[in-house]
Write a protein that binds this ligand. Structure first.
Ligand SMILES: *Cc1c(COP(=O)(O)O)cnc(C)c1O
Length: 421
């Protein structure tokens, strides 16, 4: 469920007509609903009620300061995957003891920043990383709290680029080696083992892969406890999918997911962490864009928008589907048309949809890509020297620009010329 609905024939974000934002900000732009962001966070929080838990928003999905602060103020922890994200979380007022640090390639510099600034735990992904972390912690006179990310060799049945829990993926340590690696961890002076971490992928649309992975984590918890480790926290990752196309079967709800967690690991008495990103942010955002031209090709019509692959890469990168709807509600029985929906960037990969049947629109009409809140703005670039797409946050009848579109002068001024030119 989201808060982007037609009212009086016009698409709104909460109580704001999107046309008003388009007029004030210009297109293209991203817009997020505070109510939807908070609703989704609270669904996860409620799903784990009664268990000691923390929902750590995976901020790589959408990491604008305003969004981090909104969720942080609501009680969310943060899952960060870089020093930059760590700094963003701290700048938004998230205390260190609510930040977990994930990622396969943490550098010593990143470890130092997080250890000195405060951290809930590192989710360690390899033995070399564990040794480096121990060294850094010892040099600071500290011990680093860790979980070790295990790779359970489970097929998440999602797009190959976002599956992370199979043995051929770069993530985690093979679960069969876990007891040895935990024994190694226990010998390191700068490491304090506190739990286990698992994250098998993103945009999962069924619960079975989670069940398989969490069952293995439960067994491992008991084995490691028998080995003498104090396993008291389980980080179960993120990955719950969202419906991208209306009419498709809906993925499981956070409440079903919570029930599965209770069933599979609830008996262990561990503190539970989850790291949802997409489900919190995905349906909380739209990309709004104006139609520049409708062009007749040899055998198809091209709908040419002012948004492009640099603003929203998901269709080009993951073959992702986004529903595209006009800001003005089509009258019942209104004409529909079939388009290849494209942007202005100079490559054929700049295609949002092929053969898409949708409301007929024309030049000057404004359309919205639904479900664009997660892995949208964060993956944008200035390819073709197109300015970074701005972001807007709505709360009830108010809206604010939370990242402005740079001017061309600002873009140019970021480059510096060598003395010899
Ligand atoms: C990307 C990622 C997440 C979030 O995944 P979603 O599919 O957005 O919920 C959580 N944990 C880790 C370690 C990740 O890399």
């Amino acid at each position: 469920m989201d808060h982007f609905l037609y009212r009086d024939g016009e698409l709104h974000a909460e109580d704001v007509p999107l046309r008003d934002i388009a007029q004030a900000v210009g297109t293209p732009f991203y817009v997020y609903s505070s109510a939807t962001l908070l609703r989704h966070f609270r669904l996860f929080d409620a799903a784990l009620e009664g268990m000691d838990h923390l929902v750590c928003y995976a901020m790589k999905a959408l990491s604008n300061q305003a969004v981090i602060q909104l969720l942080g103020d609501a009680g969310a922890g943060m899952d960060v995957v870089s020093e930059g994200e760590y700094c963003r979380a701290r700048a938004a007022g998230i205390p260190g003891d609510r930040i977990v640090f994930s990622g396969v390639g943490k550098t010593k510099g990143e470890m130092r920043t997080a250890l000195t600034g405060g951290i809930r735990q590192f989710n360690v992904e390899s033995e070399p990383e564990m040794e480096a972390l121990s060294e850094v912690a010892v040099s600071l006179g500290l011990r680093a709290p860790i979980t070790i990310r295990v790779n359970p060799d489970v097929d998440a049945r999602t797009h190959a680029k976002i599956a992370t829990g199979k043995s051929e993926n770069k993530f985690g340590i093979p679960i069969d080696r876990a007891r040895d690696v935990y024994a190694h961890a226990a010998r390191l002076p700068g490491i304090e083992v506190i739990g286990i971490d698992v994250h098998i992928g993103s945009q999962l649309t069924e619960l079975e892969p989670f069940r398989a992975a969490y069952g293995k984590v439960a067994d491992l918890t008991e084995a490691l406890r028998a080995d003498g480790h104090d396993i008291r926290r389980l980080d179960l990752g993120g990955g719950l999918g969202i419906p991208y196309a209306t009419g498709n079967a809906n993925p499981p709800l956070p409440s079903d997911y919570g029930a599965l967690i209770r069933e599979s690991v609830g008996h262990l008495g561990c503190e539970i962490e989850i790291e949802p990103g997409r489900l919190i942010a995905g349906n909380a955002g739209l990309l709004v864009s104006e139609v520049i031209y409708v062009k007749q090709g040899a055998d198809r019509q091209f709908l040419i928008l002012d948004a492009a692959m640099n603003d929203l890469i998901r269709p080009a990168m993951y073959d992702a589907h986004h529903d595209i709807v006009p800001l003005v509600e089509p009258a019942p029985g209104a004409e529909r048309a079939t388009y290849d929906v494209v942007g202005p960037v100079c490559e054929s990969g700049d295609t949002f949809a092929r053969g898409r049947e949708m409301a007929q629109v024309g030049p000057g009409d404004v359309v919205a890509f639904r479900s664009a809140g997660a892995y949208g703005a964060v993956m944008s670039s200035e390819y073709n020297s197109r300015p970074m797409v701005p972001e807007v946050l709505v709360q009830r009848d108010q809206f604010a620009v939370i990242r402005a579109r740079p001017t061309f002068d600002e873009m140019i001024a970021r480059d510096t010329l060598p003395a010899w030119l």
